[in-house]
Ligand binder design. Structure first.
Ligand code: C5P
Length: 253
């Protein structure tokens, strides 16, 4: 997959399919493929339905983003990501906390595989910090004293130096990341919550308009759409909010 910047508001939405059956996958893809850019296959769906979930998304006209946040020794992650390429998945993430060695090994192995098999090089992102983490967890449990968004920026810097295409970073962390690492370095923002949605288990949440204002290219949204009484209406509201934020951003407001 080439790195193509999203052009429309819809393209920027990655719908998190945190469900357990291909029936539900088909239901959401048929319902929402005209209102979102990508469908996220993550750990819940993959451990329930495996590659079948990816096949049905594609068969029903959706595009796939794979969220595995892989972290293991470099060889294991590299071979795991080659398996994704073998199944036609070319937009996915690994964990920045797995080290620069893990990220470069994975990138090199994937690019080599892509070249050999004459497919486009994948877009590999690094997940920085989970949006369910706050400063307290980072400091008290992981022993990291650094400010949480500074720490996310540090991980993003390592990801960029390792050659990855971008990062997954919550809240408004995109702002500092874009400023230091450049506009072309992709930022996917998770834990997006429009003001009308409930927060669930997320801590560092951000509204679609604030995510855009901060510079996020894509946003991962799950339950505010999937659990809405009318998922299409919810997606349309988010599209409108993104469009309005893009206009303001263009005007520098
Ligand atoms: O339902 P909700 O909108 O809270 O879903 C958020 C999604 O964002 C989940 O699927 C979660 O796995 C994902 N996520 C992510 N990257 C992170 C943190 C969460 O893609 N760093």
């Amino acid at each position: 997959m080439e790195i193509i910047k999203p052009t429309t508001a819809k393209d920027r939405i990655i719908l998190a399919l945190d469900v357990d059956s291909t029936e539900e996958v088909i239901k959401y893809v048929d319902l929402l493929k005209d209102y979102v850019g990508f469908f996220k296959v993550g750990l819940q769906l993959f451990t329930s339905c495996g590659y079948k979930s990816v096949e049905v998304i594609k068969e029903h006209g959706g595009k796939v983003y794979f969220d595995g946040k892989f972290q293991d020794i470099p060889n294991t992650v590299a071979q795991t990501c080659i398996n994704l390429l073998k199944h036609g998945i070319d937009f996915f993430n690994i964990s920045a906390t797995g080290s620069s060695k893990m990220m470069t090994s994975t990138l090199d192995a994937c690019n080599e595989y892509a070249k050999k098999n004459e497919i486009a090089p994948p877009i590999i992102l690094a997940a920085t910090l989970l949006s369910s983490f706050g400063q307290k967890t980072l400091t008290n449990e992981l022993g990291v004293e650094m400010n949480i968004s500074e720490y996310a920026l540090k991980l993003a810097r390592i990801a960029k130096e390792s050659g990855l295409s971008g990062v997954v970073a919550p809240d408004t962390d995109a702002e500092k990341i874009k400023k230091e690492l450049g506009e072309d370095f992709i930022v996917v923002c998770p834990a997006v919550r429009p003001t009308w949605a409930i927060v669930n288990d997320q801590i560092r949440i951000v509204s679609p308009s604030d995510a855009i204002k901060a510079g996020a290219d894509y946003m991962v949204i799950g339950r505010p759409v999937t659990l809405a009484h009318d998922p299409v209406a919810a997606a349309k509201l988010i599209i409108t909010e993104i469009e309005e934020a893009l206009i303001l951003k263009e005007k520098g407001i």
